[in-house]
Design a protein around this ligand. Structure first.
Ligand code: PRX
Length: 636
């Protein structure tokens, strides 16, 4: 990999300057020198931010899996590409070499084609964190099918919505999944989901838990026998740089989930570039990102970014608390992990436990630590720094989104001086701006505002699948000509960025984006519920937890409220998944509404936090009396 690495602050500023002065030249060089293309582009970038139209490396031809796998075979054929660490520590880990990976991806590519999948078809992948998940992603990319990975913690109903939205022709799943001491019956969830998915023709099933499952003849096939009979060679499909690579759903503040669509060339260039620089990966390092591949972090920094760099990437099937709270550190010691990348919520949960869980293990292999997904509080930052990094590993607080494809704001370790809770500086090619309420750019340091990015970067999502208008309105309308992130941020005296949180109705719970509207819709389906409103409140492990205010219909009043709370949470679990369950439910007689009927969430947020100091102007409320009632009934 040439023209890539940033090794000191001077190089960072030099690259940054170049990337802003002439972005096309900057990315042209990186793309040209570091990847294999069947055909070069005839234009680096074409864009119109008001139309939300962005294209990189126009008319270039490539296959991303040739860059992730094939080109490493001569030098790294026997190098481990993926270390698989199972949920049960007594089950042996697997080391999948680049050559093994090549053969398994080729075999699955041939299976997919035999089963009728063609370039451009959508394939839904609903799998636990087992090697087949990464292999399925890569096999889809190899044949030009668009993968849509759905996190295997989502419910049947959430899966149905996602499968139908992108019209998936196939689902790849498993009999079940292991999670701590639980076995999750994934195939039954898929069977239930598919009752309402006429688009799905075939289901491929990986055997993982050996549970008895119902297979529908003609539709469902065990994967293993198909793989056995498949050829271990496959000529990769020639893709255009702007052909879709994948769809990944993320919650919106309103309506159904948004299928963010990423394309091939720009995503490849940007994830490879950021992986190398943000994790300072060296040839024999072992990199571990603890996310699930069902989220963007897993796509970009378990699968694509590491493999594009010929790295060894660790996939962990389990959870941090099983068999005990030392599991992460045991895995670090066992596989001599050099870079460790996790979410603040995991750090907070582990920091609550006895530090002997950490001290039992030799963590001396660690060179750097990363965080992602939500703001990290100072206490968690220091615990991570002191106990895991032993004050010897820089912490990269990486800010980015499903929509951005890769990390946009982050320290470069060993280069950018870190500052707790600050994501620090933009990566080369990223031009952040802070905007005030009047839509003016806030100039200078020591300022705050809505965080926007004013120039395209290669891995920005190109659209929302099937709804370009929604893409335009969600991201490019609030601040015309700029990409609006939905986050608020502040800039300190040296220009470091600190992300302060969402400014819309998305709540980040344990690092997962949850929109309030879909949760409220689920609650409102309960026959006893008239209306509801969800807000977030601070939680010492989850970052935020959910507080629901629920108005009951009259007939509901007489029912036992504890049961009602359980039923409401069950409904949420069925519609979205257990991650969206409410921590607190308060039954109220009304919600504070403006005269135009809009719920004033600002007041509910303050009540949920227990902050009654100043509700601001409530004179515009239709029903100001309800505020006192809600305040008095607050669940602490
Ligand atoms: O609010 C920001 C928060 O997570 C949101 C994006 O969520 P998602 O699309 O699920 O992607 C998460 C993984 C990339 C952002 O809008 N967020 C992410 N990273 C950080 C963060 N907030 C503060 N600091 C971060 N490092």
């Amino acid at each position: 990999m040439k023209s890539y690495s940033i090794k000191n602050l001077e190089q960072y500023f030099k690259q940054y300057k170049k990337s802003v002065q002439n972005p096309e030249k900057f990315w042209n060089k990186i793309a040209e020198e570091n990847f294999v293309w069947y055909q070069k582009w005839n234009k680096v970038l074409a864009y119109d931010m008001t139309e939300a139209s962005i294209k990189w490396f126009l008319n270039a031809k490539l296959n991303i899996t040739k860059n992730c796998i094939d080109r490493h075979l001569s030098k790294r054929g026997n190098k481990t590409a993926i270390i698989f660490e199972p949920n049960n520590p007594n089950e042996p880990a697997q080391h999948i070499t680049y050559l093994d990976l090549y053969e398994r991806v080729c075999k699955l590519s041939n299976v997919l084609k035999e089963q009728g999948i063609r370039k451009g078809d959508r394939v839904c992948i609903y799998l636990p964190m087992i090697p087949e998940l990464a292999i399925s992603v890569l096999a889809c990319a190899r044949i030009g099918a668009i993968h849509s990975v759905v996190f295997a913690g989502f419910s049947a109903s959430a899966l149905t919505t996602r499968i139908n939205d992108s019209d998936c022709k196939m689902v790849i799943t498993s009999d079940g999944g292991f999670r701590g001491d639980k076995t999750i019956d994934l195939k039954t969830i898929v069977n239930n989901a598919l009752d309402k998915c006429p688009c799905v023709e075939k289901v491929l099933v990986v055997k993982r838990t050996n549970t008895t499952v119902e297979m529908k003849p003609g539709r469902d096939f065990w994967l293993a026998p198909l793989m056995e009979n498949a050829l271990a060679d496959h000529v990769a499909e020639i893709m255009d740089a702007e052909d879709p690579l994948f769809i990944l759903y993320t919650s919106g503040s309103t309506g159904k989930p948004k299928g963010m669509m990423h394309t091939t060339g720009g995503y490849m260039v940007y994830t490879a570039y950021t992986f190398k620089n943000i994790f300072q990966y060296e040839e024999n390092d072992v990199f571990w990102c603890t996310a699930d591949i069902g989220w963007i972090t897993g796509h970009s920094y378990i699968v694509y970014g590491p493999l594009l760099n010929g790295a060894t990437t660790l996939m962990f099937e389990g959870i941090p608390s099983y068999p005990d709270f030392g599991r992460f550190w045991e895995v670090v010691e066992k596989h001599k992990v050099n870079q460790f990348y996790t979410a603040p919520t995991a750090i907070r949960a582990l920091a609550k436990e006895n530090v002997s869980y950490v001290e039992k293990h030799d963590l001396s292999s660690l060179k750097l630590l990363g965080t992602v997904g939500e703001p990290i509080n100072e206490e968690a930052w220091h615990w991570y720094n002191d106990h895991i990094g032993k004050k010897n590993c820089p912490i990269v607080d990486t800010w980015w989104q499903t929509e951005t494809g890769g990390i946009l704001i982050s320290p470069i370790p060993f280069v950018t001086p870190t500052k707790p809770t600050y994501a620090t500086l933009p990566l080369p090619g990223i031009q952040p701006v802070l905007m005030d309420e009047r839509r003016n750019e806030v100039e200078g340091n020591l300022s705050s505002g809505s965080l926007c990015i004013k120039f395209p970067w290669p891995s920005i999502a190109r659209t929302i699948w099937g709804d370009h208008q929604r893409y335009k309105e969600t991201y490019f309308k609030a601040f015309p000509g700029k990409y609006f992130t939905g986050d608020g941020a502040l800039r300190d005296e040296v220009g470091y960025y600190r992300i302060t949180g969402r400014v819309d109705d998305v709540i980040i719970v344990s690092g997962h984006n949850l929109g309030t509207a879909p949760i409220e819709d689920a609650i409102n389906e309960h026959p006893a519920v008239a209306e509801s409103a969800i807000v977030g409140f601070s939680h010492d492990v989850k970052g935020n937890a959910l507080y629901g205010f629920v108005i009951l219909k009259e007939e509901g009043e007489s029912r036992v409220r504890e049961n009602l709370s359980k039923e409401i949470n069950q409904l949420i679990s069925d519609h979205i998944g257990p991650i969206a369950k409410l921590d607190k439910i308060q039954f109220v007689s009304g919600l504070p509404k403006t005269r135009s009927g809009k719920i004033m969430r600002r007041i509910l947020r303050k009540i949920a936090e227990g902050d009654f100091s100043n509700f601001g102007d409530i004179s515009t409320l239709l029903n100001p009396e309800v505020v006192e009632e809600i305040k008095n009934g607050r669940i602490s």
